[in-house]
Design a protein around this ligand. Structure first.
Ligand SMILES: Nc1nc2c(ncn2[C@@H]2O[C@H](COP(=O)(O)OP(=O)(O)OP(=O)(O)O)[C@@H](O)[C@H]2O)c(=O)[nH]1
Ligand SMILES: [Mg+2]
Length: 255
């Protein structure tokens, strides 16, 4: 499982890991997950030729059966050696809701790799109080911090966005506040650090141990504070236009 908050770079990393495993001769099956349906992540991964199943309409931490169904569908398609699953970016408590039941009910069928939790370093700097900028409300922050608390591997992605001093400061802050997770720094965009991280995932199983305590009332309230927009839009015009410019302008207006 490759988790982490919204926009941390999960899908980008899933595609990179899938590419690397395929090159090494392994068959991969990818599982995407989000609140809506017809997920853009699924379309993106399928367009790159990967066998992909999606679990729409809620996190798979609350829909364990649909996760197993997705794995079974992929098994029928191409018998993957490795499944890579991307949970919804607002999802936490994956050890209790996915790893434990997988082990208990399907222990002989799956070996579960360490849980990676990605983070966007610019957001993390703000959220953890290292830089000025937008912060989360308390209940969303609760989810964000729970994700990091649960991580076996805390993976700082987009590391090229920070200079060396900023990266060291973020690493120190993370290891002080979330001492359980091992901290890695990668860039899915330029490939830095990916080989080490992927080797770590491939060579170990998720350690056992107590599941963390989660207050599901706060968790649910936090999720409810986040907004999702699911829609498909077709734009057409007779004179040609710059699609990127349209998207940038739309994003600025939403912001
Ligand atoms: N600068 C930089 N951007 C990156 C990197 N990795 C991913 N991104 C960008 O971050 C944005 C989000 O990436 P995704 O892979 O879609 O992130 P995600 O975590 O799957 O997002 P959700 O599924 O929506 O939660 C995209 O614009 C990516 O191109 C990186 O290493 N550096
Ligand atoms: Mg994604």
């Amino acid at each position: 499982m490759i988790g982490g908050f919204l926009g941390a770079g999960k899908t980008t990393c899933v595609a990179k890991l899938a590419e690397q495993l395929s090159t090494a001769g392994l068959k991969v099956g990818l599982i995407t997950n989000d609140q809506g349906s017809e997920l853009v992540d699924t379309a993106m991964l399928r367009s790159r030729g990967f066998a992909t199943e999606e679990i729409p309409g809620g996190c798979f931490c609350c829909r364990f059966n649909s996760l197993v169904d997705a794995a079974n569908k992929l098994t029928q398609q191409n018998r993957p050696d490795v499944f890579i699953a991307e949970p919804v970016g607002s999802c936490t408590d994956l050890v209790a809701t996915v790893t434990y039941p997988l082990r208990r009910m399907y222990g002989g069928d799956f070996a579960v790799a360490p849980l990676s939790v990605l983070l966007d370093p610019v957001r993390a700097q703000r959220v953890l109080g290292l830089a000025e900028g937008g912060k989360f409300s308390e209940k969303v922050l609760y989810i964000y911090r729970k994700q990091l608390e649960e991580a076996d591997l805390i993976v700082i992605n987009k590391r090229e966005l920070l200079d060396t001093a900023q990266l060291a400061q973020l690493q120190a802050k993370l290891s002080a506040e979330f001492p359980r997770g091992e901290i890695l720094a990668v860039s899915a965009r330029n490939g830095a650090g990916l080989a080490d991280w992927f080797a770590r995932i491939a060579s170990a199983e998720q350690p056992g141990g107590e599941a963390m305590a989660v207050d599901y009332k706060v968790y649910a309230d936090g999720e409810a504070l986040l907004g999702w927009l699911n829609c498909t839009v077709a734009l057409a015009a007779t004179p040609t236009f710059d699609g990127n410019a349209v998207l940038v302008s739309l994003a600025h207006r939403m912001q």
